[in-house]
Structure formats: C-alpha cells, structure tokens
Design a protein around this ligand. Sequence first.
Ligand SMILES: [Zn+2]
Length: 700
Amino acid sequence: MYPVINYLCQITNQTNTIPGEGFMKNYKRHLVTAALPYANGPVHIGHLAGVYIPADIYSRYLRLRDKDIIFVCGSDEHGVPITIKARQEGVPPQQIVNHYHELNKKSFEQFGISFDIYHRTSHPTHHKTASEFFRKLYDKGDFVEKSTEQYFDEEAGQFLADRYITGICPHCSYESAYGDQCENCGTSLSPTDLIKPKSTISGGKPILKKTKHWYLPLDQYESFLKKWILQENKHWKVNVYGQCKSWLDGGLEPRAVTRDLDWGIPVPVDDAEGKVLYVWFDAPIGYISATKDLTKKWEDYWKDKKTCMVHFIGKDNIVFHCIIFPAMLKAEGTYILPANVPANEFLNLENDKISTSRNWAVWLHEYLEEFKDKQDVLRYVLCANAPETKDNDFTWKDFQVRNNNELVAILGNFVHRSLVLTHKYCEGKVPGLENPDPYDQNVLQEMKSIRKSVEENLDQFRFRLALKETMNLARLGNKYLADTEPWKLVKTDPEKVRNILYVSLQITAGLSTLIQPFLPASGSKLVEFLKIEPVKWSDIGTKELLMPGHEIAQPELLFEKIEDHTIQKQLDKLSSIKQLNESIASGLEVPKEGISYEEFNKLDIRIAEVLSAEKVPKTNKLIKLSLDTGLDKRTVVSGIAEFFKPEDLVGKQVCLLANLEPRKIKGIESHGMVLLAENPSGELVFVTPDNVIAKGSVVK
Ligand SMILES: [Zn+2]
C-alpha cells in the first residue's frame, strides 16, 4: 500500500540537530516507553540493542539528572502471533502469555532493565482503558464503518487476519510476507495486497467473505501529521523522519482497527460479536494502562504539555508510533504527542538476519544462564555496536574483543590499578592533594568536559558516542597513570605519588556514576569498592568526590577476560543451529517439541508379522494388512500402495504402534499403525527388525 522508498536520499538537506539541554529544561517530567514485546517468545539481543538498552540508558540517565521520570513497558499479549503459538502448542493463549510474560519480566529484571512497571495487556486495567479509548472515538464518530471482503479459511472456519495469512509481497516480492506487514521491506500491508495468499492455519487457498470493520480514517489526519512531523519535528533521527516522510508522501488510507478473532479485547459496541480490537490499536494504549497502574498522577504524564514523552522502538514499529498512535491520540483529543521516537535499525547475528522461527538469535534468558553476572558485558557490546543509524552485526568475536580489550584492558585495568596502588602506597586511604602540577589539574578538569559531552550525546539519543565518551574518562585515567608512573616515583617523590593517586581515585569515583546508565552493575560495584554513597551526576568534575583520609575496600576485579573456548562454544551452538536450518530447508521435517519419558512410555510399539495383504478397492494408496501381533490377529490399513506390492509383504516383520485408537478408513476398521520412514521426497520404507524376533516383542 505504501512503498518504502529510499528515504535517505530525500533528506540530505535536513539539518539533524536537537535542541539539547535547553530543550530538556522546558519539560517538567519525562515519560519513557519501550515497545511492548510480544508474549509469544523470549527476548533476544536484537530487541535489547534496538529498544531496551537505549531506553534503559536514557531512563537511568534522566534519574541521575534528578528528573521526574517514569519508564513503562509490559507484555503485548494480544494479536495473531499469540494465537498461532497457542495453536502450535495445543494450549490456550492465556497459558502462552502467562509463560512468556513471566520469563521476559524476569530476564529484563536480571539484565538490569529498570522499568518502573512491567505491565501486561491482558490486565483488566488495560482492557478497560483500551475499550474506553475505542468507545470514545466511536461515540465521536471518528471511525468509518465498512463491510469488505476479507480472506476466510473454510477448513478452519475463520477469517485470516494479519499473520494468519502469508503471500508474496507486492513491493519487494518477498515470499513470506504477512497479511499486515512485509518483514523484508517493512511495508505495511493488507491481506488483500498479498500475491498468492495462503492460510497459515490450513495451508490452503482462502476464499473472500464479507465482514464489517471499523476504520481509522488516517487520510483525514494527513495534514496534521505532515505539519507535526515534517515541519515541527525535523530533529528526529534521520531513519525515523525518512520513513515517516515516505509514508506521508505516499498518502494515507483508512486503516481497520478491528479484527475477526477470538483472542483480544472485544469491540465494545453492539453488533460486534466475534470481533476484537486490532492488536496495534490496543498495544500502544498499553503504555497508558501501565502508567495508570503505576501512579495515580498518570494524567500528568499523558495529558500535560510539560511532559516529554519518548517512545523507544525498533524500525518495524515506526509507522505505528509515528503515524497511527499519534493519529489516535489526536482523535481522542486530551493526550500529548511524543516529543521523540528514536527508533533503531536492526541488529544481525553473525552476518545473518535474526530470526525467531529459525532460532537464529542470542536469547536473553540463555545468555543470563551461560554468562552469569556478565549482564554489563552484553549491555556494553550491544550499546557500543548499536544499530543507531544502520543495520549492524553482532559477532561473538567482537563480543570477546570488546570485553577483553575495552572493559578489561581500559576500564577494569584503570580502576584496579588505582585501588591496588592506593592500598600499596597509601594504606588504603585517599591521600590529600598538595601542590598539584598542571597535568593533575588538567586531568581533574577534563572530567567535567567529558561529563558534558556524555550529556550532550545522551540528550540527542547518540548512545554509542555517549558510551565512547564515558570510556574516554577511563582512557584518560589510564594514560595519566602510564605517563606519571607512580610505581617509579614512589622512592623519590612520595608527595607526587599521593597526588597521582588522589587524582586517580577522583576519576574512579566519577566513573562509578558516569558508567551507571550503561553498566549499572559495574557502577554499583565501584561504589562498593570505594565504600561511598553514590556520587551525584552533577558533582562529576565539579567537586571533590572522595575526601582525603577516606578508607576504601580491598579491590576486586571489575571484569574478567573471556577465553577462546567460551566463544567457541557459542559459535558451535550457532553452527549446529545453522546445520539444522539447512536440513529443514532441504525438506527434512522440523524437530518436534520435547516429551517426557512417561509420554514415550505410553506408546505400545510391537513386532508384528504380515499374514496377508490386499489393495483396498477404488483407492490408489491404501493396502489392507492382516497382522499377527503375537497377542492377537488384527487389521491395519496403511497408505503404502504406491511403494509396495501386496504380495511382497506377506511374511514380513514390521513395527506396529499397537495401542493407537482404532479408526475407520474407507469402511474398514484399522487397529494400529505400521511404522515407516519417509524421506524428504515422500518415499517410504518399512522399519523392520534387524533379525527375525518373536512376534509381539516390544520395541522400546
Ligand atoms: Zn516486501
């Protein structure tokens, strides 16, 4: 519907500057939202790098600046991806969302993502909030009611919304585009846009059937959106602004905000049975619901123009947060609009697109188990290499190099040397500063300008640069120690050594707060090593942070080297996933979910002998077998006639699943199933014992 054209070329004249500090001062409070992850799977590094790490850094930073700020998120528990997962696993959708809500909530907590609330859209508060929101727009006559023909799966007896339908993208020809979006080119689609549509439930070709829905007439909001984004928000990130511009230039069309589904928030009007709110209508309202359950003063954060609202999202969500949600908020009339939507591009893994279905990802909950207490290492690597302006690649080698050469060799090394030398030369106490030379003074002053530079970058959502500047403080400290060489001076000039350690410890104290937004666990460790109260952000570079005479703790290592074998283990894991994916791509069946021994033990598989065999009349595939199971004689109908002649089967020993419930096939009662192996091209061979064995022998 809306082509995503190469927008970068359209905006070369744009000056991309944000009013920084001054701009922030105009706001009384801050509302930071992070995209609600779907509760149909775990969170991976792509989500973290794109959304949760920058959102967390920004929120922690605002708290350190003493701003009034809340940081909200939660599970998105509606929509077709949830029902598809539930269908695959044969459990109710609620069970799926309960499982992943808890898993992701815990992973985020352990990872140090500091949400003030992690809500969920199946919560009653949210159902009420979203219903009322819809109802208000409905009552004001903001929706267009339309009956249209939609795809319907006759076999499954249901309409095929969003991800229940796939087909070829009309824009980029990607073969597995969904009914609502092409994940390859990012274009938003309607099911009827797809070429060669296919139901993801039955795999069959759907028919068209009439159904009624409510549409948000986005076309009526076009001039408002154009003015608001293209004129008033030129400072937004180039990738975000560009995508919005291409949408707006392409012209907006009414968009259905309801669906024919049995999972979601019921459409709160008469005559809407079997219909729920479109997940992208209800999900962003989830930010409001979360705020409501967090604070009684929720309206201050949502309705006062002095609130600065920032949405952190991935690039696939830009249209929903910059076009559709603002149009909804505008229609409702009492809400503020986001001040910024600093969306990121995508992160790849080892040069391949991260994919849940192909299991090509580093999953947060697995990382937390395999790299215990190394949350900050992943936070560091994902921020240092964040896909801020273009898609980027995560590699395990880079992870190791950044840990060993930056966290260990720069930050860890500087801190450790400062603390160890203080114990060695100053009895573990902060020395006084006497007659400092210009180098000492310069280094102390440099702290302030580094903090200012970190602020400037964070105010403009440049997280990579902000982290680099933060590390520059540790670099400065390292260089200072290397230049002044206190270990050489200790015999000849002890006063100078005390000055050097005084300066080094002040830097260490500054680092304990400056690294806090990026590496919160390490910041807290530094506070412990120094035995201090957390340093105030604004004191960095403006005040003495550690008083002479203050005693520090015995130092420990802040980071440890990551060895080759640890990295190799991860690479081996990925290479076996790749191998499995290639086998599946070549036609092998996808491995099934794990089962318990008890479940396996329920299968009664036995050796049986074929007594007689004959083709079932008027069929091509079926053979009726008479079997001696050692326990009884029985009839089994088997779909093997294309591959075997009945007369060749007599006397053969086969494996029989004996306790499968009997069923009628072409009028013949078949009691059990003969086991065969099938190759990717559909050829069948019998599974038979290696040697002749007694009839009735159990296979286990
Ligand atoms: Zn496409």
